[in-house]
Design a protein around this ligand. Structure first.
Ligand code: NAD
Length: 502
């Protein structure tokens, strides 16, 4: 049997349990059907139905928020070492079920096994990392004044809502939920309607690892319905959101009446700038990796290539050769490098840019075609002869589609790289250290890598500027979001208090 067939059989075994019940919500440690009925999740590989999914609505969110609020005092007051132990057990349980998570994720989203196997383990790392931070999370400072011993400490903000998108949904969910639990918050999670499978696995794994009931609740459903209510619910003190910039703006308005604290991780149209003095072999590998891995459905992808005109011809020729070699296929085949796009709607959006590019005068130098009509497969695509004003350079396509734009001077490259609504990541390739310093200092992005692809280190801040978001994840930045600073002043003696009405 081929690896692909073996993986399909294993997947079918894992999915068997959903056949009768569908994917249920999990509220207060109980499986629940959705008050809004059901919806269906479809595999992008062959458009087959994977499972029915409980459709949560306002009533389900109300119950989940109550459950998270009821569970909050006990979870907040659970000794840090006890919470640490539970989070480590969650990490171990994720590792033990990593294959199941990866196979389900691939089938639900079209992501390939080569990347999702790593993403599942990354989910475990997120829990392990934040488990290690639990003990220090509440530590504050002593800021003594002549009259007072001032002590600061941190307390968890309360029950929080986590709203996640369909791209790498398992990894992204753990990225939010692990620090929230480590901080002592309880959670209501609303996963993306297009990829609900692994969120269900996560809540199940967490409870089996010892997370008390009600500490993590999962309600499936649509954004305008369940998601909206979550952002409006008065018991929910903060919303950690990952998704489109437009949705980030909508939920900010929805949360205004209850003064929700918001952390927004949004879209990107990230530049990679390749100067002619760079190590071009490594730059080529990184440019390809950062737009075609994870199907290009990745917020940090470098979708705009700014290439110095002196090396443009040679670099683009090498790029085209490599792109035409990329293996598109079944996501459960370990050899596959790009799988199908997540949904028909997204496939139609991404492929619409093939014509938009031509209408705007760009050249389709590689790809630009659909593959069959059984699933949502396309060839990885490169647009050349483009400029930074074209729609392909301004709009987030969110697929395996790269736009190459030439530049002559450093100033020109910087000006075009910054001429965008977004500011999530940037990548600079040069062997001139002074130029790298100068360039990164002026580049408008929350995260920049020099002579490297995106290599995420968990203690560092992750987040964007401009339309790419508000707030940071990672290290202590996560706790700043999920916790409140508290100040207490103790009088050191009998300092003079101003006396009124005496
Ligand atoms: P989306 O904004 O359509 O949906 C994200 C989530 O928000 C889903 O769970 C959806 O149901 C929910 N939602 C939609 N409308 C809502 C509303 N009115 N109230 C509450 N919730 C609502 O995004 P998507 O298409 O699922 O994901 C792709 C986007 O996510 C891309 O723009 C990508 O760049 C972005 N993203 C950003 C990061 C980052 O770290 N900056 C990471 C991954 C993805």
């Amino acid at each position: 049997m081929s690896d692909l067939q073996t993986n399909i059989e294993k997947l079918n075994g894992y999915l068997e349990r959903f056949r009768d019940t569908g994917i249920l919500n999990r509220i207060d440690g109980e499986d629940c059907v959705g008050s809004g009925g059901e919806f269906t999740t479809i595999s992008p590989v062959d458009k087959s139905e994977i499972s029915k999914v409980a459709r949560g609505n306002e009533a389900d969110i109300n119950r989940a928020a109550k459950s998270a609020a009821d569970a909050f005092p006990a979870w907040r007051d659970t000794p840090a070492l006890e919470r640490k132990k539970i989070l480590i057990k969650v990490a171990e349980a994720i590792e033990a079920r990593a294959e199941e998570i990866a196979l389900c994720e691939c089938w639900d989203t079209g992501q390939t096994l080569r990347f999702m196997s790593k993403a599942a383990l990354r989910g475990a790392e997120n829990f392990r990392y934040f488990a290690d931070q639990v003990v220090q999370a509440r530590d504050g400072q002593h800021l003594k004044s002549p009259t007072l011993m001032n002590i600061t400490s941190r307390v968890p903000i309360g029950p929080v809502g986590v709203i996640t998108p369909w791209n790498t949904p398992f990894m992204l969910s753990t990225w939010k939920i692990a620090p929230a639990l480590a901080a002592g918050c309880t959670v209501v999670h609303k996963p993306a309607e297009d990829s609900p499978l692994t969120a269900r696995l996560l809540v199940e794994i967490a409870e089996e690892a010892g997370l008390p009931k009600g500490v993590l609740n999962t309600v499936n459903g649509y954004g305008h319905d369940a998601g909206k209510r979550l952002t409006e619910h008065p018991a929910i003190k903060a919303i950690a959101f990952v998704g489109e910039s437009r949705t980030g703006s909508i939920i900010t308005k929805q949360g205004a009446d209850t003064l929700k604290r918001m952390h927004l991780e949004l879209g990107g149209k990230n530049p990679v700038i390749v100067f002619d003095d760079a190590d071009l072999d490594r730059a080529l590998d990184a440019v390809i990796f950062m737009i075609y891995s994870i199907n290009g459905e990745r917020c940090t992808s470098s979708s705009r290539l700014f290439i110095q005109d002196t090396i443009k011809e040679e670099f683009e020729a090498r790029l085209i050769e490599r792109i035409n070699n990329i293996k598109v296929g079944h996501p459960l085949d370990p050899a596959t490098e790009i799988g199908p796009l997540v949904t028909e709607e997204h496939y139609n959006k991404v492929t619409s840019y093939f014509d938009i590019a031509k209408e705007d005068g760009a050249t389709v130098a590689a790809g630009g075609v659909k593959i069959g009509d059984e699933g949502f497969f396309i060839r990885p695509t490169l647009f050349t002869n483009a400029n930074n004003d074209m729609r392909i350079a301004r709009e987030e396509i969110f697929g395996p589609v790269l736009t190459s734009i030439p530049f002559t001077t450093e100033e020109e490259a910087l000006s075009m790289a910054n001429d965008t609504d977004y500011g999530l990541t940037g990548y600079v390739w040069t062997n001139d250290l002074t130029r790298a310093m100068r360039f990164t200092d002026k580049l408008e992005a929350g995260m920049i890598w020099v002579n490297s692809e995106n290599v995420r280190h968990l203690p560092t801040p992750f987040g964007g500027v401009k339309a790419s978001g508000i707030g940071r994840d990672g290290g202590d930045w996560s706790f700043e979001f999920y916790m409140e600073q508290k100040h207490v002043g103790f009088a050191l003696g009998q300092h003079k208090i101003m006396q009124l009405g005496k």
